[in-house]
Design a protein around this ligand. Structure first.
Ligand code: NAP
Length: 237
C-alpha cells in the first residue's frame, strides 16, 4: 500500500485526488488548513487520514511530517494546496503578494523539503505539483497568482533534473477552468463564455484533474519527469 499525501485535500481538486487514490487502494493523508469538518467527512468516506497543517507554516509542516512518518515513508506527494485572488495589478498590496507566495510557493517548498529526504534515501518517489494554465500563459488581473504558478513550473523542472538520478519523478499539472469553490465567483454568463473558448466545450471537473494526477503517480508514467501537463480541455494549445 502506497503512502500518499495530498495537500489542500479538504475541498475541490485535492478532495477529488484523495478519492481517486483511496479508491485505488492507497493510504491517503488528507492535509487541510481551515476546513476541518470537510476534511473529516472525506476521510470518513474514503478511509483516508486527515492531517491539519498550514503548508506555509514551517512548524505545522514538520508536525505533519512527524504524524505521517509514523506510518512509514511517503511514496507520493501531491502539492495541491493553493489560493487565488482576482485583482488589478495596481491594487495588489504587499500582503496580497506575500500571502500568495507563502501558500502557493513557500508551501510547496516546505512540504517537499520535509518529505523528500526519505524519497532520496529510498531512491524512489513521485511528486506532482498543481500549477495552473495562468502559470503557463499569464492571466490578466491575476498577476501575483500567475507569477506564483509560474514558480510552480520552474520548481518542478529544476527539481526533476536534480532528483531524476535519485529515481524520483517530479511533474506538474496545469489545470484550466475547473468547477471548484475557487471559481464560485463566476456567473453563468462567464461560464458560458469560458466553455465557448474551450475546444472540448465544457468546464473541467476536479475528477478530470485527479485522474491526471493519479496517472503521474502511477507506473504508467515511469519515464515522464519535469513535465507540465495541461488539463484544460484544450484551452491552451
Ligand atoms: P479550492 O476549492 O479553493 O480548495 C483549495 C484547497 O487548498 C482547500 O482544501 C484548502 O484547505 C487548501 N489550502 C489553502 N490554503 C492552505 C494552506 N495555507 N495550507 C493548507 N491547505 C491550504 O481550490 P481548487 O480549485 O481545488 O484548487 C486546488 C489547486 O488547483 C490550487 O493550487 C489551485 O491554484 C489549482 N488550480 C485550480 C484551478 C481551478 O479552476 N479551480 C485552475 C488551475 C489551478 P482549507 O479549506 O482546509 O483551508
Amino acid at each position: 500500500m502506497r503512502n500518499v499525501l495530498i495537500t489542500g485535500a479538504s475541498r475541490g481538486i485535492g478532495a477529488a485526488c484523495a478519492r481517486e487514490f483511496a479508491r485505488n487502494g492507497d493510504r491517503v493523508f488528507i492535509n487541510y488548513n481551515s476546513s476541518k469538518a470537510a476534511a473529516k467527512k472525506i476521510a470518513t468516506e474514503t478511509g483516508a487520514i486527515p492531517v491539519k497543517a498550514d503548508v506555509s507554516n514551517f512548524d505545522e509542516v514538520n508536525k505533519m511530517r512527524e504524524i505521517i512518518g509514523g506510518y512509514g515513508r511517503l511514496d507520493v506527494l501531491v502539492n495541491n494546496a493553493g489560493i487565488s485572488q482576482i485583482k488589478m495589478f495596481t491594487d495588489i498590496t504587499e500582503s496580497d503578494w506575500d500571502n500568495m507566495f507563502s501558500v502557493n510557493v513557500k508551501g510547496m517548498y516546505l512540504v517537499t523539503h520535509a518529505f523528500v529526504g526519505d524519497m532520496i534515501a529510498a531512491k524512489r518517489g513521485k511528486i506532482i505539483n498543481v500549477s495552473s494554465m495562468w502559470g503557463v500563459t499569464g492571466g490578466s488581473c491575476e498577476v501575483h497568482y500567475s507569477a506564483s504558478k509560474a514558480a510552480v513550473t520552474g520548481f518542478t523542472k529544476a527539481l526533476a533534473k536534480e532528483l531524476g538520478p535519485s529515481g524520483i519523478n517530479v511533474n506538474c499539472v496545469a489545470p484550466g477552468v475547473i468547477d471548484t469553490d475557487m471559481n464560485a465567483h463566476l456567473g453563468n454568463d462567464d461560464l458560458d463564455a469560458l466553455k465557448n473558448e474551450t475546444p472540448l466545450m465544457r468546464i473541467g471537473t476536479p475528477e478530470d484533474v485527479a485522474k491526471t494526477v493519479f496517472f503521474l503517480a502511477s507506473k504508467n508514467s515511469e519515464f515522464i519527469t519535469g513535465q507540465v501537463l495541461n488539463v484544460d480541455g484544450g484551452m491552451v494549445i
